[in-house]
Design a protein around this ligand. Sequence first.
Ligand code: ATP
Ligand code: LTN
Length: 334
Amino acid sequence: MDERKIIFSGIQPSGEMTIGNYLGAMRNWVKLQEEYNAYYCIVDMHAITVPKEPAYLRKKSIELLATYLACGIDPEINTLFIQSHVSAHAELAWVLSCMAYMGELNRMTQFKDKSKKNETSISSGLFTYPVLMAADILLYQTDLVPVGDDQKQHLELARDIASRFNNKYSETFKVPDPYIPKVGARIMSLQEPGSKMSKSDENENSYILMLDKPDVIKRKIKRAVTDSLGTVKYSDEQLGIKNLMTIYSSFSGENIESIEQKYEGSGYGQFKNDLTEVIVEGLRPIREKFDNLMKNKDYLENIYMLGANKAEAVARKTLRKVYKKVGFIPRKFK
Ligand code: ATP
Ligand code: LTN
């Protein structure tokens, strides 16, 4: 019997991965994989809450799997799979949607933000999306969910739904805890450091992609907003430089005080040059591995096939329990 605690996390194959996704989520998955029994999912069903071209979605889903692997997530010790391959996610989401309240979903800030961007055609899937996320997590009796700071509210909802179900029908789900990193949980936009770096931002200078080439990274860092103070100091008075220092610290492992000391008396120019170097070197091995993996589609296919089989067995077990508890007659097989 596997005694390790369980981790579940997912990323939407909705675009190119930013260093926000890497530092806030993926990188921590790698750190946690030795100690936990982890399920890392490509949440393609979440990605269609906002319209997607089918060919684009397919491409991004495979690329995301290759990115997980390129970051160092080991398919031998983790379960890597594609959400739509395990139908229990959709099935549990339905049951849970009958237990989540409209008022709760109405409070979700991500829904408010995303629906503001596109006011005419907001899908009901975008509204109920946190319920599907709760189903993802609860199916695996998850102990810990490593995510960036922006997902805290969704996780709270998953916890509330789990407790509500347990109270009503008796103990069924483990109530999961969030795992939010101390540094890097919220990497901010390079252009508007008051808001989060997001892969769906229209301004490509606002983010750095994990697969950006060195000259592109250099240009984006050069254009990143700073302030008139001119000093490399970590303070809320200069959010731009604060964010850049966080990125520096996350990639280099150096703490903030030592970065401040290092650049005392020098302006932003030197700091930005060094920062570019730190990011380029941090991402280089990932880019190289990614390029190799994308040449080997059979290998990738085999990983998501095995992953779905493993995930399916665990998810079915929970779903069977849930169906029984809510009063569905168990299916008979001939
Ligand atoms: P979109 O911009 O399209 O909303 P996203 O990048 O915010 O996408 P996901 O791809 O679903 O959303 O995020 C995957 C993971 O990356 C989540 O755990 C999320 O918390 C984390 N994450 C996303 N953006 C950041 C960021 N700027 N800083 C830290 N973590 C982030
Ligand atoms: N909602 C998350 C992606 C996501 C997720 C999950 C994260 C879907 N299901 C389960 C952790 C656990 C996002 O948009 N970042």
